[in-house]
Write a protein that binds this ligand. Structure first.
Ligand code: GLN
Length: 540
């Protein structure tokens, strides 16, 4: 069949969850047997979010092909089990860079280069790029930002043109907000009407409206919105707040969002989507009674999006293990030996978070020493793994000044060091060791048992590496290097087998955990945390 293009725009306010709606729709279409992909257009000038501070943009997600991407791509993968790539996330910066490169190359043959048509053509080319591979029945394109932003105008103009060119093969889903005014005890539709009008002023008629709301919107109010907005009454769908984002696909299906979209695009609707594995996950979520407490030691505790993928991975693992998970964020800058018992004492498992730079690093060492001494299941990810190595070298090997050269460039005991090829790099953007790399695990390792194989592939995002010059000494002292990259010999996984579950991964397994395919190493960590919890309870 022809590739169909679905555009998802947002109005009224940001943070309505366009990513979740896009991912839910993709999830349903995929469960109907279609080949689906989702891409995100971000209207900012950074080439990618890789150079953005987590305060600006939450977590930076990484694709298999090493693209530093918007965190919505994480939702796309978690909801659909499809792998995304560089082509799935395009910013204004990338569009301009490519247009300017073409201008310098002389491709525009002396023409004045303008937003319309040159920038909009480049956007359109990028929208079509995934579809033109012939690999997809549906390409869902989420336009970042809110209708009315100056930044998103060229993207919306491109959507307008594409809808005109593609006819029935293109469709616009517009997500808006219906606020509840507590004092008046009323839901209000006016912001939605304005937002749809604003979109109309740009030449785009929404085909489907998804109304975000805290309270149920009655049919007559939805019909009123339909009437005011030139949308069919059955194409006004509501998205009421739910306790888990993973309930959204079924909520959308109950209101026939998948069917509405297919019908409008002339795709025959047959049968039902195969959502059984998904609903099995949801029933585990419903029936979980016991809670597992996981401590996450990091410096961005006040930002819920900074550790998005880790949170979701913990949630997947706990749900499959029939538990609710409660993540306590422990501020690494506030952690001292004197308060470690209080902050870490109730935890069933501890994660030492990824990160960059010196700030908060000492708290991570305090946590790691405490975890080793109390033999609590401990999982170090990226910087967390590097801290495991440093703390072990300091405390067990007695190398007091052991460090990463990221924190102390002059240390004699550079147990974590810059790779040779990184030393000449001066540009910050897109130059880390990024994307999926092979890792070979020692067959007797905890990691190999967790994955059920010795050959794995996981994604990276770091500059510094385990320094193999210290490998023998660390191994002799009990820290085993159980995972290495076959091509380079770089150490990717360390473990301390004398402890119950003490594992560090240089890679980020959280990027590849999805609802239907949870991360094996998170699953193993969760199981260890649950066993530990039961052991503590039995001792009482
Ligand atoms: N700062 C460390 C490095 O660059 C770790 C990065 C991370 O945790 N993602 O190697």
């Amino acid at each position: 069949m022809d590739t169909r293009y679905i555009f998802v725009t947002g109005g009224v306010v940001s943070s309505l969850g366009k990513g979740i709606i896009s991912a839910s729709l993709a999830c349903l279409l995929k469960a109907r047997g279609f080949r689906v992909t989702i891409q995100k257009f971000d209207p900012y000038i950074n080439i990618d979010p890789g150079t953005l501070n987590p305060y600006e943009h939450g977590e930076c997600y990484v694709t298999d092909d090493g693209h530093e991407a918007d965190l919505d791509l994480g939702h796309y993968e978690r909801f659909t089990n499809i792998r995304t790539s560089r082509a799935n996330n395009v910013t204004t910066g990338r569009i301009y860079q490519s247009v300017i490169d073409k201008e310098r190359h002389g491709d525009y043959l002396g023409k004045t280069v303008q937003i319309v048509p040159h920038i909009t053509d480049e956007i359109k080319r990028n929208v079509r790029a995934l579809g033109s591979t012939g690999r997809f029945d549906f390409v869902i394109t989420e336009i970042g930002g809110t209708v009315g932003d100056i930044e998103s105008l060229p993207f919306l103009e491109a959507v307008r043109q594409l809808r005109w060119e593609m006819g029935q093969n293109a469709l616009c889903v517009h997500l808006t907000y219906v606020p509840y005014i507590a004092a008046a005890k009323e839901l209000k539709t006016k912001p939605t009407q304005h937002s749809v009008k604003q979109l109309q002023e740009l030449g785009i008629q929404a085909d489907v409206l998804v109304l975000r709301t805290e309270k149920h919107i009655e049919q007559d109010m939805r019909s009123k919105i339909a009437r005011f907005c030139n949308v069919a009454p059955d194409a006004v769908v509501q998205s009421v707040d739910v306790d888990s984002i993973y309930r959204v696909p079924m909520k959308m299906h109950e209101q026939h969002l998948d069917e509405i979209v297919m019908r409008k695009m002339g795709v025959p609707v047959e049968g039902e989507p195969h959502m059984a594995p998904w609903t099995a996950f949801l029933s585990k979520l419903d029936s979980a009674e016991e809670t597992i407490n996981i401590g996450l030691v990091g410096k961005y505790v006040e930002l819920q999006d900074a550790y998005k993928s880790i949170n979701e991975s913990l949630f997947h693992a706990a749900t499959y293990a029939d538990h609710k998970v409660k993540v306590r964020y422990i501020h690494s800058e506030k952690l001292r030996e004197s308060n470690a018992d209080g902050l870490l004492g109730d935890m069933d498992g501890i994660i030492i978070a990824p990160g960059f730079g010196q700030r908060g690093i000492d708290g991570k060492f305090v946590a790691l020493k405490w975890c080793r001494e109390h033999d609590v299941p401990t999982f170090g990810i990226c910087l967390g793994m590097q801290c495991m190595v440093i703390e072990y070298a300091r405390d067990v090997l007695g190398l007091e000044d052991a460090n990463s050269t990221e924190m102390d460039p002059t240390t004699r005991h550079n147990v974590i060091d810059l790779m040779e090829e990184q030393k000449s790099i001066t540009n910050m953007g897109g130059t880390m060791r990024l994307g999926a790399y092979e890792c070979r695990l020692r067959p007797d390792s905890l990691a190999a048992k967790a994955y059920g194989t010795t050959e794995i592939n996981e994604r990276h995002r770091h500059r510094f590496e385990f320094n193999s010059a210290f490998r023998d000494r660390l191994e002799a002292a009990g820290m085993q290097c159980v995972g290495t990259n076959p091509a380079t010999g770089l150490v990717e996984v360390v473990e301390v087998p004398a402890l119950r579950w003490y594992v560090g991964t240089q890679y980020h397994p959280e990027y590849s955990s999805t609802v239907l395919s949870p991360s094996p190493i998170f699953t193993s960590f969760m199981k260890a945390a649950i066993d530990y919890k039961h052991e503590k309870e039995n001792k009482k």
